[in-house]
Write a protein that binds this ligand. Structure first.
Ligand SMILES: Cc1cc2nc3c(=O)[nH]c(=O)nc-3n(C[C@H](O)[C@H](O)[C@H](O)COP(=O)(O)O)c2cc1C
Length: 225
């Protein structure tokens, strides 16, 4: 099973990138084989529905996202929705990448008012590409981040994140957790657990994860959150 964290903000001190780094650390600490893809480090063309698909950067992105079982997408909320960078990346990569894959969202927003604004992109993934979207997403407001980012200054997680040892992975979780308040860090970790569980269940419905997912889905449908 393969996982990817996709960070879509181009802001140099992006808050959603902090969520992405923490999500990557949480996936790795849970034993998942996870790669970190920062769209700010890519020079992707705008999707024109034509020649863009032959662009080498687009082909590289498609290769990186190919055969990923579960994604965590970290996005800023811009103008009541995911940012244009993410929408462009989805347009460039298309159904073949997203069909029947699991996706969990981690959003960084200014305030509480845009809580439901991730839905248009969720709807498009679910209804157009039959992506399986984890129903509980992370929504972090400005006050959910600590003032200074104590984690890595930019881009991909530092080398500790890709360290093999359990201690290195735990240290990376601790380091990246410090970038957000505890309640949000806990939700990012729960999202990582959900993405692994859903992806495992989708690949093997009769597995323990598959049975457990069905049990939880039934419970959630009969109980208030
Ligand atoms: C162009 C633009 C549009 C924005 N629109 C919204 C919005 O609709 N709702 C909201 O809650 N915050 C909005 N914000 C605030 C961002 O979501 C917030 O700054 C967030 O931290 C951005 O994520 P990033 O730091 O990862 O880039 C907007 C910010 C910008 C620059």
């Amino acid at each position: 099973m393969r996982y990817a964290v996709l960070s879509s903000s181009h802001h140099p001190q992006s808050r959603s990138r902090r969520l992405a780094r923490l999500a990557h650390a949480c996936l790795s600490a849970r034993g998942a084989n996870a790669t970190f893809i920062d769209l700010a480090a890519r020079t992707l063309p705008l999707c024109d529905g034509s020649g863009c698909y032959g662009d080498p950067e687009v082909q590289r992105l498609r290769q990186d996202l190919d055969n990923i079982d579960g994604f965590i997408i970290a996005t800023p909320i811009y103008n009541y929705g995911a940012n244009a960078v993410l929408k462009n990346a989805i347009e460039l990569t298309g159904r073949g990448i997203w069909l029947e894959r699991v996706v969990g969202f981690a959003c960084a927003a200014g305030g509480s008012g845009s809580y439901m604004s991730i839905m248009p992109i969720v709807n498009s993934l679910m209804l157009d590409f039959r992506t399986v979207v984890v129903p509980r997403f992370v929504y972090a407001r400005e006050e959910d981040f600590v003032d200074q980012d104590p984690a890595a200054p930019s881009g991909a997680p530092n080398s500790a994140a890709s360290g093999d040892s359990e201690a290195a992975r735990a240290a990376e979780v601790a380091r990246t957790r410090r970038a957000v308040v505890d309640a949000i860090a806990d939700r990012v970790d729960s999202l990582a657990a959900d993405v692994i569980r859903f992806a495992t269940a989708l690949r093997n419905p009769s597995s323990e994860a598959g049975t457990e997912s069905m049990r939880r889905a039934r419970k959630a449908s009969t109980e208030a959150d």
